[in-house]
Design a protein around this ligand. Structure first.
Ligand code: GLN
Length: 475
């Protein structure tokens, strides 16, 4: 048995049974990263001599990685952008701190699309992460580094963020489990913002149980994040179940449309049959405003991005221009931002600035907020009648590197089934449901706000009765 092939529960047991020490576990991961990550390129920064600061903690000695938008005290945090190159935060994000107290070992930082803007991890200024199932394909994004690292057994689990699909879609593409909790469930303090009314923190893991354990540690209100919610944190890992009796699961007809790859559809439909076999009542539902989710998301997200990106002036970090190169401060900002930001970030700053500008704000930004309300109402109406929604996570399997990077609209359509839950702020999970032409396919389950317990219990029942999550890529 390879130490690195174990999930969180398995690694915990290995350590508590004293079958391996912390240093042996960490050494196994460090060796694997040095052997394999030159092919996958999932890490932007690999820690030297990483170790636990609390071996007796609940996750004492468990090696993990953080998406490179989580501030990590003393360790580079770049958001995969040149404008933050050389930034070493003097503090930890709340989620990083909580995991540290629990005893994890931080192996390093994983690649992402620049400031998490993208669906392939190709907008990273530093590296192109490869999909462990097929090195000519993308891992999805923006949390492609975290998903690829978990799929390739380079860490036990990884933190990630999801604004419009960035946890679920890469989890689907890489054949791993990706949990996006309710908006506000996990503190965002110390995590670099993309679009503040949508950003959520979550995890990418090997199993649903592992995600449930991580959520217990990460969830909860934080005085440092005014948007974090006060809903009680449950013992998610103890609520897991083996059947779905008594649950009504809705299948939204708007998620089975032209553009959904037929191989993906087949696997998702088989997954739904499995949910039925486990005892769930399957009912067709309608989320009528689904078709407006992608344009709504891109107007709302870009507007917020244009505001959030305004704070980066490139003066302390990144490719700062010399005083002698510019005439005045405005020119300096202009030059720094021109050099520091990549094309996708610039595109969104321009889109968002336009959508918010005088004369257009009512037509674009305000209109998008109105449609967002309708999308949220679609979910409210659905959850009045059902417990959960089951749907595809993404319309396709992993696409080729380079295939969509020059066609932003095609790239944006990768979010078609993930953006709605983001706009509604509801929790969702992607779990491995099978393979189409040897590439993983994810099944997405969506729950009502704060109902992670129900979501995880159902996802775990599915995983308990299938073995797709146990398949490993040959690298
Ligand atoms: N692909 C989406 C985008 O580019 C989602 C990104 C995210 O969730 N961070 O905006």
């Amino acid at each position: 048995m390879e130490i690195t092939s174990l999930n969180l529960v398995g690694t915990k047991k290995l350590l508590s049974d004293k079958k391996a020490s912390e240093s042996e576990v960490v050494a196994a991961y460090s060796k694997r990263i040095s052997e394999i990550d030159s092919k996958i390129e999932s890490f932007l920064f690999v820690a030297e001599n990483p170790k636990s600061e609390n071996l007796a903690g609940e996750l004492g000695g468990i090696p993990i990685a953080h998406k490179d938008v989580f501030d990590t005290d003393g360790m580079p945090t770049t958001a995969a952008s040149k404008i933050l190159e050389n930034y070493i935060p003097p503090f930890d994000a709340t989620s990083v701190a909580k995991l540290k107290v629990a005893g994890v070992v931080n192996l390093g930082k994983t690649n992402t699309d620049e400031f998490t803007m993208g669906a392939s991890t190709e907008t990273s200024a530093f590296k192109k992460t490869k999909n462990p199932w097929d090195l000519s394909r993308v891992p999805g994004g923006s949390s492609g580094g975290s998903a690829a690292a978990v799929a390739a057994d380079l860490c036990v689990f990884a933190t990630a963020t999801d604004t419009g699909g960035s946890i679920r879609q890469p989890a689907s593409f890489c054949g791993v489990t990706g949990l996006k909790p309710t908006y506000g469930r996990i503190s965002r303090y110390g995590v670099i913002s993309m679009a503040s009314s949508l950003d959520t923190i979550g995890v990418i893991s090997k199993t649903v149980t592992d995600a449930a354990i991580a959520l217990e540690i990460l969830a909860g209100q934080d005085s440092k994040d005014a948007t974090s919610g006060s809903a009680p944190v449950e013992k998610y890992s103890e609520n897991l179940r083996t059947d779905l009796k008594g649950l009504r699961i809705g299948i939204p007809k708007e998620y089975f449309i032209e553009g959904l790859d037929s191989g993906v559809e087949k696997i998702v439909r088989e997954g739904i049959t499995q949910l039925k076999k486990l005892g769930a009542e399957i009912v067709e539902i309608s989320l009528p405003h689904t078709e407006f989710a992608v344009p709504t998301y891109y107007v709302v997200a870009s507007s917020e991005i244009s505001a959030n990106m305004a704070r980066f002036d490139g003066i302390r970090y990144g490719p700062t221009v010399a005083n002698s190169e510019v005439e005045n401060l405005v020119e300096m900002y202009f030059e720094n931002r021109t050099r520091g930001f990549g094309d996708e970030v610039k595109r969104r700053i321009m889109l968002g600035t336009f959508a918010l500008s005088a004369g257009y704000a009512d037509k674009f930004y305000k209109k998008a907020l109105q449609v967002r309300t309708l999308i949220k109402k679609d979910f409210d109406d659905a959850f009045a009648k059902i417990d959960l929604i089951a749907a595809p996570t993404a319309p396709t399997t992993a696409f080729k590197l380079g295939e969509k990077i020059d066609d932003p609209v095609q790239m944006y359509l990768a979010d078609i089934f993930t953006a709605p839950a983001s706009l509604a702020g509801v929790p969702a999970i992607s779990i491995p449901a099978g393979f189409s032409e040897n590439l993983p396919v994810g099944l997405q389950l969506i729950a009502n706000q704060w109902e992670e317990s129900k979501l995880l219990a159902a996802a775990q029942a599915f995983q308990n009765s299938t073995d797709f999550h146990l398949q490993k890529p040959k690298i």
